[in-house]
Design a protein. Structure first.
Length: 297
């Protein structure tokens, strides 16, 4: 297939694009400049230079493609509308990248017993209302085989040295800079998680098999953020991980990252991918990966 992917040099987009190329697909990837174009071309991806604000470009690329993967932003409504317009009525697949922070709370280190399955109704926090609305817009796109993948805490290494995930690198950077690994509050909040290689494999399966209107959680394990911080401390040869107050965490990481990525609970179970698509993730433990593979430098 001819596949157009946004965020082709990003953490998720780069991994997915590389997996699609390995499967024999012809991949065109949106990048922002010539340097990034050269980087993705080395991985067999034909670069398309532009931005998510270039609506006409996105619409034209979507119309010309056999399938589209939006991996650049979970929140850019203009880009999503342009891609939907380009695909409208074609029956072609559109994979949209969201995240399990749509069910995250504002626990700031406290635990929660709530576990969300794909058919579990929920009321998003005010900060996440717009994202949930955009996910719904994608799922309801007329004449499109639209699929929303809600990734959990992703770990592992992907395309390009500059490409990285969100939570673990943020915790590790702070730990390296200060000499102390931190968790928020009691660090008993828990996130489901998944390795980037398993994420990429699921996108390939979803492109091939997922029916229109599918929302799936992407997860293959779960860990408390306090345990993640302790694993980082051990890997980096630091002393014991320590607690930060919510105020200190927000001052360091900002509200979005501190509250909804590092201080919250986001406990989900992704049955659809396993039971309906035959996804078989190979990695199960984020703390094992940190202990053996997190870069020390």
């Amino acid at each position: 297939m001819r596949i157009f992917i946004t965020g082709a040099n990003g953490f998720i987009g780069g991994a997915v694009a590389s997996a699609l190329v390995a499967q024999g697909h012809a991949v065109r990837g949106l990048v922002r400049d010539e340097a990034k174009a050269r980087a993705v071309a080395e991985h067999g991806i034909e670069p398309v230079i532009g931005s998510l604000d270039a609506g006409e470009l996105l619409e034209a690329e979507a119309r010309a493609a056999d399938a589209v993967v939006n991996a650049a932003s979970s929140d850019h409504r203009g880009a999503v509308e342009a891609l939907i317009t380009g695909l409208a009525g074609s029956g072609k697949p559109l994979l949209h990248t969201s995240g399990s922070s749509i069910v995250a709370d504002e626990a700031m280190g406290e635990p929660s017993d709530r576990i969300f399955h794909e058919d579990t109704p929920f009321e998003p926090a005010p900060d996440k209302v717009a994202r949930v609305a955009l996910d719904s817009r994608v799922l309801g796109a007329p004449g499109v085989r639209a699929v929303v993948l809600c990734n959990t805490m992703i770990y592992g290494n992907a395309l390009g040295a500059a490409a990285e995930s969100v939570q673990v690198p943020a915790l590790a950077r702070q730990a390296r800079a200060s000499g102390v690994a931190r968790y928020i509050g009691r660090g008993q909040n828990r996130w489901s998680n998944v390795h980037i290689a398993d994420v990429a494999a699921l996108y390939v399966l979803a492109l091939e098999r997922a029916p229109a209107g599918t929302l799936m959680y992407v997860e293959s394990g779960e860990a408390a953020l306090g345990d993640v911080a302790r694993a980082i401390a051990a890997r980096l040869g630091l002393g014991a991980a320590r607690s930060w107050s919510p105020e200190e965490a927000v001052a360091e990481w900002g509200r979005e990252l501190a509250v909804f990525a590092l201080g919250s609970n986001s406990r989900v179970r992704g049955r659809f991918a396993v039971e309906q698509l035959g996804w078989r993730p190979r990695h199960r433990s984020i703390t094992d990966w940190i202990a053996s593979e997190l870069p020390r430098g």
